[in-house]
Write a protein that binds this ligand. Structure first.
Ligand code: ZN
Length: 638
């Protein structure tokens, strides 16, 4: 978590698509607006945009499994007939979906492809007919009925999946997914009338004669049932194809961190340099006493260094006086200490920035990539650099060797935007492609190799980082329209931890948010030390109850597959409360009795049920009938 300067992510609505196919039969030859290509003379030079809606008629021919639409001899400069565009729309009978592919030929001596928007499809819903389950939020998806528009970068915590699910209220719907096994940088575009497209920055962007169109297909498939059914289709594709799934499920991975799996509960300390370390040590000691050896605890510690937070990254030293000694004493008590590091950005104020500037990401106009955090300037380091991975190793070894860290947290890597880097001196093709994800995979693997016994974690989660880290800090409150898209697709392949609920909520709100996080598979906790105060003992006791239930069923919550939320057939008045999220107060509504089904790798199934109300409640669903006491957590075999 880095102090954020407010940034506007919402972009203008995607360009209007006149007609497009939703599912088979796919787009016809008369369809317009199926693609839009931008070409540039160099990355910062003159731009020419070709839009299929304005490119005249195409030819159409049948192929073995579908159709081919072709536009040939399109002009970038008058009369140059430099560009051919071919769209193949084919039926994948085995998967039951249509696959949209595009190829571009470019004979220009002046222009190169800069960005491809394809396919431009929809509308997939009528207003009021259903919801878009749009990738985003700490649990992977948000169900939205309106205000869905935007251009969202992938990978990014705000767009952690390269797919979207359009769900009808009456059941069923359509899933649209970029079948990109390497996770190249791209944008997902949505409009308020439920149209959808994928924009992909070109590889070798703007290089004359180059045509780096995306080489992956975009699949469109109708589904029956609900969004979970669509998510499971995507899970099936990802498990068999995606680069980040090659290491297999966690239970079969020899490199899995048993230490991370064993963590029971998290605490968050510091974030304020004015708090003396002695006070923090006393508070952590209190946590140790309260847990009384029932399960291992881990502490995420910020502000352990003398610089203020976020000021001179990626340099952190020297540490505050007495930090190493404090960690040593707490480690002896069994506390796994995880200090904060940032793994992605470099401060413009750091004395080494000028020297390192050549390795920073560059914008298309040649200027330095810039991000503002806490009112200061930073650049994202291009992870294609071997030196960046080496530096992450140096930091990690120092934290473990000299300061006794028991886990390492590299902020932002799995959370923040992957940057299309237009630097021409980095050794990767200018523009889009896989250099971002590939660079981080190599860098993080270096840290694992150097410190094989140390769990590595990062902030939030996005698909391409699934296999890189032992844990993902899904720290934001899960409220309102969030849905557990991440566990529906990636449970058993990645481990989420943390649920932070600010103290200024009602007890019921605290219970509800923590319970849902537990049901969705997270290791519990990550509260500030207020949770240790006597007046909040009821909340801490509830967390302890969740921890112990989870630890009794790790074959499900840590190793298994989340099969989906289970809706209680008994209607109870929903809990209504306010919660703070990203500085805004939101109204939230959640049922008092929540449940989820999990399946172990061996095929056992359970339903976990929590009653967060302060009165007894009944649960009936899927053949399970229970009377639950107030704040009862029950796990039932199916
Ligand atoms: Zn670069």
């Amino acid at each position: 978590m880095t102090m954020r300067t407010v940034r506007i992510r919402m972009a203008a609505a995607a360009a209007v698509c006149v007609v497009a196919a939703v599912a088979a039969p796919a787009a016809s030859a008369s369809d317009a607006g199926l693609w839009k290509l931008s070409f540039r003379a160099g990355t910062a030079g003159k731009e020419v945009v070709l839009d299929s809606a304005k490119c005249g008629a195409c030819t159409e021919e049948k192929t073995a499994s579908g159709r081919r639409l072709a536009w040939r001899g399109l002009d970038l400069e008058q009369g140059d007939a430099a560009v051919d565009v071919v769209c193949d729309i084919s039926r994948n009978a085995e998967r039951g979906w249509d696959e949209y592919r595009i190829s571009v030929a470019n004979r220009s001596g002046v222009f190169g492809l800069f960005e491809t928007e394809y396919p431009r499809l929809g509308p997939f819903l009528k207003k009021g007919e259903g919801s878009l389950v749009r990738p985003g939020g700490c649990w992977g998806g948000q169900r939205l009925r309106e205000n869905v528009r935007g251009r969202f970068p992938f990978p990014d915590w705000a767009s952690p999946f390269q797919m979207a699910i359009f769900e009808k209220d009456s059941g069923g719907g359509t899933i649209v997914a970029a079948l990109d096994p390497e996770g190249c940088v791209k944008f997902l575009n949505y409009t308020d009338d439920f149209r959808f497209s994928v924009s992909t920055p070109a590889v070798d962007a703007g290089v004359p004669g180059k045509a780096g169109a995306p080489c992956f297909a975009v699949a469109v498939r109708p589904f029956d049932g609900g969004w979970v059914d669509a998510a499971k289709m995507y899970r099936s594709w990802s498990a068999g194809n995606a680069m980040w799934m090659k290491k297999g499920p966690l239970v079969s991975r020899k490199d899995r961190s048993a230490a991370f799996r064993d963590i029971g509960m998290w605490f968050l300390f510091q974030y304020n340099h004015s708090i003396p370390l002695s006070r923090t040590e006393d508070e952590i000691g209190k946590a140790v006493d309260l847990v009384a050896g029932r399960f291992p605890i881990a502490v995420h510690m910020y502000s352990w260094h003398k610089h203020p937070h976020d000021v001179l990254v990626p340099d952190y030293f020297p540490a505050r006086d007495g930090f190493a000694e404090m960690v040593a004493r707490l480690s002896k008590k069994g506390v796994r200490m995880m200090p904060y590091l940032n793994g992605r950005i470099w401060s413009w104020d750091h004395e080494g920035f000028k020297k390192a500037e050549k390795w920073m990401c560059r914008n298309a106009d040649g200027t330095l990539h810039n991000e503002r955090w806490g009112g200061k300037d930073f650049s994202a380091v291009c992870p294609s650099s071997e030196k960046w991975g080496d530096w992450l190793v140096v930091l990690g070894k120092k934290m473990v060797g000299e300061y006794g860290a028991g886990a390492l947290y590299y902020d932002q890597i799995a959370s923040m935007t992957a940057v299309a880097c237009y630097a021409s001196n980095h050794g990767h093709p200018v523009g889009g492609g896989t250099h971002w994800v590939d660079g981080y995979r190599k860098s993080v693997e270096k840290v694992h190799a150097a410190l094989p016994d140390i769990p590595l974690t990062s902030e939030n989660w996005s698909e391409p980082y699934t296999d890189m880290f032992d844990g993902f800090l899904v720290w934001g409150p899960n409220v309102g329209n969030d849905v557990p898209l991440t566990p529906a697709v990636y449970s058993g392949y990645m481990s989420p931890f943390a649920c932070r609920v600010l103290r200024d909520v009602t007890d019921q709100a605290f219970y509800a948010l923590q319970a849902r996080s537990f049901l969705w598979g997270a290791q519990t906790g990550w509260e500030h030390p207020w949770i240790l105060e006597e007046k909040y003992r009821n909340r801490l006791d509830f967390l302890f109850k969740l921890v112990e239930k989870r630890r009794g069923a790790l074959e499900f919550f840590a190793d298994g597959e989340f099969m989906g939320p289970v809706e209680n057939r008994v209607r109870h008045e929903p809990l209504k409360f306010k919660v703070l999220r990203w500085g805004r107060t939101l109204d939230a509504e959640m049922p008092p009795v929540m449940a989820a089904e999990w399946k172990s790798p061996a095929g056992r199934r359970i339903v976990a049920v929590v009653n967060v109300a302060d009165t007894p409640r009944r649960f009936e669903a899927g053949g399970v009938s229970l009377d639950l006491a107030p704040l009862e957590v029950r796990i039932v075999d199916l």
